[in-house]
Design a protein around this ligand. Sequence first.
Ligand code: PLP
Length: 391
Amino acid sequence: MSHGFETRAIHAGQEPDPRTGAVIPPIYQTSTYAQDAVGQPRLGYEYSRSANPTRDALQECLAALERGARGLAFASGMAAEDTLLRTVCAPGDHLVIPDDAYGGTYRLVAKVLQRWGLDWTTAPVSDLDAVRAAMTPRTKVVWVETPTNPLLGIADLGALAGLAHDHGALLAVDNTFASPYLQQPIVHGADVVVHSTTKYLGGHSDVVGGALVVRDAGLGDELAFHQNAMGAVCGPFDAWLTLRGIKTLGVRMDRHCDNAEQVVDYLLHHPAVTDVRYPGLAEHPGHKVAAGQMRRYGGMVSFRVAGGEPAAVDVCDRAELFVLAESLGGVESLIEHPGRMTHASAAGSPLEVPADLVRLSVGIETVDDLIADLGQALETEDRSGLDRRQR
Ligand SMILES: Cc1ncc(COP(=O)(O)O)c(C=O)c1O
């Protein structure tokens, strides 16, 4: 019988060490392994780029969390993305990518893989007809994020899987924003799940890492070959930190969601805020789809402010408890201006983000403190014409 999510998070791939009984998988901080005889490595371990027991524990756990056949851990989310795309595509192939996505994903496709010969088209992931129209006979991958970074758009995973498969393409889903606790794309038909484990999986802003989890064991073997051949592997200490973070993913995500819901409610009623993006809102255009594929709606919140870019930048600069920083998914709250920070590489492209947008990664601190901080940061941003004393 398959265990529940939290049980898998704590135990999958993490049996007590058979030699010592250590309850926590040891950090096998070694590059190589003594062999019993020429051509006889012990338990198959030869060299840590090819395999390492701490990384294996993480990989097994990731596969169990995402309900996949195999998990693979990389040095970063970008390393995972690059390995995936150069494994399943060849020069001359085509990708459909979201018109709202992490700027680094866009940069990898448009500035690195395009030079390698990969062609691509952007499409809004919430619009099935637009995705269908973007596909060509050479499309090998439909790449989606849901929720998207930073506008929190929603893609219908089941419908997109059907569309991709009808065209002989794979559906790859960057599940970084949701985490496997809130959404498991393989259950909805996706072929590959991509993670920046730097974010919610690691959960403590102390490690950079990435992962791929696949539905099909054959594709898993091909990716494992490329993981070793290309070499962007997750190191043992990083794998251990990520595993440690994963143990509390469920409880952290529930608190992220609780806090985000209260922050959203506060922002909705603030006169300096013109638009709040959160898939948990009934009026969010993707809410129904999100409700069908997500357990809850996550800790990421984006909002636009009256007063345009200077006001958005000002809010980010004035926040105190919300740390002004890139990244997301840690226990501490972060604030950023996507246009000038995480998505600066998408400026002038179809993925350019609104200049008046602020993105929050709502952490698990005391929520009243978070709301008070946003209140003081927005204080001077009531540029809607209302005098502060009249509010
Ligand atoms: C949605 C998403 N995917 C992928 C990445 C890339 O991951 P990494 O920074 O671990 O390389 C990021 C990083 O911010 C991200 O937000």
